[in-house]
Design a protein around this ligand. Structure first.
Ligand code: FJE
Ligand code: FE
Length: 335
């Protein structure tokens, strides 16, 4: 099935250690005070009380809308109230049953990150790349200069996941497409004080994901047990948000009102996020952060460039099968 600017697709087209010798220090009363001070400093640092904890500055409920062909998505980033959280362009929580899905469509100028929460999705592209991702798997696709692909549910019943679109900088928009695929079992996991994390990109609890992020990005899937608290550092000047999957949590300040599933919380600048689970059930959410590109964004559905002229050129490239879209001419996904 092939779609080129069909009306169905028009809606998208519109992140001390002291080396002094203790003996000599202890002989000297002044040095002893110094030693105590440096130990105090170290204790404060390891308790990671953030200098500038991030706060929730915007709360957006991701209401369901139709997308693709017969598919429902809860869009948060990308909806009118939350157009562009640089470098993020879109976040959809999808719940799709066959025959609905996202048949043959193009992308240029950004990355799509698909994270399966339940069930499986099959992906086929115009270069013969084909695969199925299941619960807990991640496909990190750098569309670069161009991909045409289909993304369709593979299992029976409702297939759920998240799809995040991350913009690429002008110098990277026309790079060769690339995939990074992680099976659930290969995703780094860590646990601390009642908090479990699956590290899709970046670092948490001293554990690093193998994913290469061309636009520097962090992407964590946290589960916080009832009564537990999380403190997660985030690069100071990055934009970041939380999307709640399950349960209820208190984000930013201990006295703020709890937020529940399907809410997207945009965070203020700062060096880290504090989260409390004061409820009786587990709290699961993703925390995503990225370095802003600070470049103009011109989006025409699945094409995201810097200028209108580049969008015009992209539509021509797609239509005529040029500059990365050569294989689009003949290709149709297989049933
Ligand atoms: C797309 C319409 C679309 N959200 N979430 C137009 F639906 C899509 C698209 C998706 C998508 C795919 C998955 Cl697997 C999950 C999604 C939109 O494929 F890219 C355009 N251009
Ligand atoms: Fe797609």
């Amino acid at each position: 099935m092939r779609l080129r600017y069909s009306p169905i697709y028009s809606s998208l087209l519109s992140n001390l250690s002291s080396s002094f010798k203790q003996t000599s220090l202890l002989c000297n009363p002044k040095a002893k005070i110094f030693l105590l001070r440096s130990q105090t400093k170290r204790t404060i640092m390891s308790a990671v009380n953030f200098e500038k904890p991030r706060q929730v500055i915007k709360k957006v409920l991701a209401n369901s809308q139709e997308e693709g062909v017969g598919a429902n998505v809860r869009r948060s980033i990308g909806r009118p109230e939350l157009r562009n959280l640089d470098p993020f362009l879109l976040l959809d929580e999808f719940e799709v049953s066959a025959p609905a899905g996202f048949p043959d469509h193009p992308h240029r100028g950004f990355e799509t990150v698909t994270y399966m929460l339940h069930g499986s999705f099959t992906h086929q592209d115009f270069a013969g790349h084909k695969g199925t991702i299941g619960t807990g798997d991640v496909q990190w696709m750098t569309a670069g200069r161009g991909i045409v692909h289909s993304e369709m549910p593979a299992g029976e019943g409702i297939q759920k996941g998240l799809q995040l679109w991350i913009n690429l900088s002008s110098k990277d928009k026309m790079i060769e497409p690339r995939y990074q695929e992680l099976q659930s079992k290969d995703i780094s996991q860590a646990e601390k004080d009642g908090v479990e994390v699956r590290i899709i990109a970046g670092e948490a609890f001293g554990v690093q994901s193998p994913v290469y992020t061309r636009t520097p990005t962090m992407y964590m899937d946290f589960t916080v047990k009832p009564g537990a608290k999380l403190q997660q550092p985030i690069s100071e000047n990055w934009n970041s948000f939380v999307y709640i999957l399950e349960g209820e949590g208190v984000f930013g300040s201990e006295d703020s009102s709890p937020a529940a599933s399907h809410y997207c919380l945009v965070l203020s600048p700062g060096d880290g996020l504090n989260v409390w689970n004061k409820s009786a059930k587990p709290l699961r959410f993703v925390l995503v952060g990225g370095q802003p590109l600070n470049e103009p964004v011109v989006q025409h559905g699945p094409f995201v460039m810097n200028t209108r002229a580049e969008i015009q050129k992209t539509m021509e490239d797609y239509y005529f099968g040029r500059n990365g879209f050569e294989m689009a001419k003949q290709w149709n996904s297989q049933k």
